[in-house]
Design a protein around this ligand. Structure first.
Ligand SMILES: Nc1ncnc2c1ncn2[C@@H]1O[C@H](COP(=O)(O)OP(=O)(O)OP(=O)(O)O)[C@@H](O)[C@H]1O
Ligand SMILES: [Mg+2]
Length: 265
């Protein structure tokens, strides 16, 4: 191989590219010319004040919230340029764990996981069951939860079952909106570890909205922070902790942050 080529740093491949994105509701501007890259194979932690627009950004990337201007590219495709068929083919390549309404309450865990499969593929019941059981095992649940309804599960189990459903179509990108909210610190830590393991074994790219400082320290490769409708800082946890923006300083060095830092040495 040409030595010059070999010595070049690998070019990072942006699997999600958001450019100049403007989103608003009525006269309220939520995202104001926002730019963001998510690189293939990374876990990106997305932080920002409550009500700042993290879920709105997630939903805009997914095409669930209309944008006023700007572009969203996923897998190198501008989402505005796709036909309906191309669009649904692309949607099968990502999985989503929403902040609210994780599972259909009237369906069992198995039926919830099979739901996205039924919509898009024509598989035998036997194969559908096999896939559901594989995903249930993958997220660390026992197979007897398969026939349970969400109301029969704990909060942590619901999160895992919802994660299993988001993995149903073997996605390349996982969108997680506050996956550990409502879990106790140990449950949240276990869930973080699961996400890291899945990301490594399945080669996933993960876009994770989170308030959880522990998650930011332990699982995120990179962090981006939202402020005033824009990304105000991005980088490793060290970069974020050195940031001078008042909100970031307060967030990464406040009382809660100090407790987390102590526990991470
Ligand atoms: N469909 C909608 N119609 C009108 N306003 C909306 C809509 N969706 C979100 N908003 C507003 O957009 C703003 C950003 O909301 P968003 O849910 O993105 O915040 P967030 O950063 O995810 O907050 P949290 O950390 O509390 O989840 C809020 O003021 C919210 O009320
Ligand atoms: Mg939100």
């Amino acid at each position: 191989m040409d030595a010059r080529v070999e010595s070049q740093a690998p070019v990072k491949d942006a699997i999600i590219k958001v450019r100049d994105l403007v989103v608003g509701f009525g006269d309220k501007l939520i995202l104001n010319h926002l730019n963001l890259n998510v690189y293939r194979g990374e876990i990106l932690g997305f932080v920002g004040t409550s009500g700042g627009g993290k879920s709105v950004l997630t939903r805009t990337i997914l095409g669930l919230v209309p944008k006023r201007s700007g572009t969203v590219e996923v897998f190198g495709e501008n989402l505005d340029d796709l036909s309906e068929k191309e669009r649904s083919a692309l949607e099968r390549r990502w999985g989503v764990l929403f902040q609210q309404g994780a599972l259909f309450s009237s369906l069992t865990v198995r039926q919830n996981i099979q739901f996205p499969l039924r919509e898009t593929l024509h598989l035998s019941q036997r194969l559908l069951d096999e896939i559901a059981y594989t995903k249930i095992e993958m997220v660390g649940l026992k197979c007897d939860v398969a026939e349970k309804l969400p109301s029969e599960l704990s909060g942590g189990m619901i999160k895992r079952a919802a994660l299993a459903r988001s993995l149903a179509l073997d996605p390349e990108i996982l969108f997680l909106d506050e996956p550990t909210s409502g879990l106790d610190p140990i449950g949240a830590g276990d869930f973080d570890e699961l996400i890291r393991t899945l990301q490594q074994t399945l080669g996933l790219t993960v876009f994770m909205v989170t308030h959880d400082l522990d998650s930011l320290h332990t699982v995120c490769d990179r962090i981006a922070a939202l402020g005033d409708g824009k990304v105000i800082a991005e980088g490793t946890i060290e970069t974020m902790m050195a940031a001078t923006h008042p909100w970031l300083k307060q967030y990464f060095h406040g009382t809660r942050a100090r407790a987390v830092q102590q526990s991470h040495g």
